[in-house]
Design a protein around this ligand. Structure first.
Ligand code: SF4
Length: 339
């Protein structure tokens, strides 16, 4: 087992922002606003750790992952990898750095080129970067297929010959081909059948243990995130509203948004399911191009008070290793809808 439990910091994201411009005009395009997809997001990930990033569709999770990897150019903020600021790298240095930073995409159907064989899909980037000589590429592809639970003989087949779960394993093998240290897993199980989801999560955990990988695991399914994450960050409208250890988040969620998300996670025991209180959020998520004044969550929060409509709550430490952005959360209290 290689998994490192040291306290070495691998990824540090500071005030990361990604705004997409809104323009008007057919000939001369004027910038009339911004969609603030990611707005001052900060977090750290230690080597060998998995940080889960959860929230509803459109909250900015995927944009955060892609901006972290500089697949989208950040509007502002900084990303440090092993202490190196990615902004300081030249294009050539960034290309070399990319081998260490990989991504597994959400949709195993559209993320694989249907005209390429599995061998070409997996080996394309490693040949380009000179990671493996051409004459050893078949052997390496077969090794990667075995590592991801696929038959090495599949190398000459095409993506349409595989099920969704098998395609996602090919996507994982492609990411591993670069011998990365850090992988953004961008909703890797969302498009899969429930029965296959657990298998892919278990494979990712097993690969993490054997290869010492570090993950940012993006998902909207809180129950699956729990199984793979050491810590979890909850996002709402482009911002992180709560971040803590997986254990602390599921036992003692403090932000009203996290509480409502967790109250929607099914409990396998019907007797407990019938007795628990659900927090049903009313209203729709505001547009990230026009977020509300004060707290982003104030239009849907069941416990909002006056200050929530005036001042934005900062993300602050309320307990050891537990940060929350809510005016009502202090070191002593946690808001509940009955208050
Ligand atoms: Fe709700 Fe106010 Fe806390 Fe925002 S700051 S989550 S509106 S109580």
């Amino acid at each position: 087992m290689i998994r490192s439990d040291t306290n070495e910091l691998l990824i540090e994201v500071r005030n990361l922002r990604k705004y997409f411009p809104i323009t008007k005009g057919l000939i001369v395009q004027r910038r009339v606003g911004d969609v603030k997809a990611v707005d001052s997001v900060s977090f750290k990930i230690k080597r060998g750790e998995t940080l889960g990033l959860v929230g509803e569709s459109g909250c900015g999770k995927t944009t955060t992952g892609r901006t972290l990897l500089h697949l989208y150019q950040p509007t502002g903020g900084e990303v440090f990898y092993s202490g190196v600021n990615l902004e300081d790298l030249s294009p050539k240095e960034m290309r070399q750095m990319r081998t260490k930073l990989q991504i597994i995409f959400q949709d195993p159907y559209s993320s694989l080129n249907p005209r390429m064989t599995v061998e070409n899909i997996i080996s394309e980037a490693m040949v380009y970067h000179g990671i493996v000589p051409r004459n050893q590429r078949r052997a390496r592809v077969e090794e990667l297929l075995s590592m991801t639970g696929l038959n090495p003989g599949y190398a000459r087949r095409y993506p349409h010959e595989f099920s969704g779960g098998q395609r996602q394993r090919i996507g994982i093998a492609r990411a591993l081909a670069m011998e990365p240290e850090f992988i953004v897993c961008d909703e890797p199980i969302s498009a899969l059948d429930v029965s296959i989801q657990a298998q892919v999560v278990n494979l990712l955990k097993q690969l993490q243990n054997s290869l010492g990988l570090t993950y940012l695991f993006i998902a909207h399914d809180l129950s699956m995130v729990r199984h793979i994450s050491d810590r979890v960050a909850v996002m709402y409208l482009g911002k992180i509203v709560e971040i803590t250890s997986s254990r602390s988040l599921y036992r003692n969620p403090k932000h009203p948004y996290t509480q409502s998300l967790l109250s929607a996670v099914p409990i396998p025991d019907p007797s407990l399911e019938a007795r628990r209180d659900r927090t049903i959020l009313e209203g729709t998520v505001p547009s990230p191009s026009n977020p509300p004044k004060g707290c982003n969550f104030n239009t849907r929060c069941p416990v909002a008070v006056d200050v929530c409509f005036q001042e934005e709550p900062p993300l602050e430490l309320c307990e050891e290793d537990h940060e929350v952005a809510c005016h009502l959360v202090t070191t002593k209290n946690t808001p509940t809808s009955s208050e």
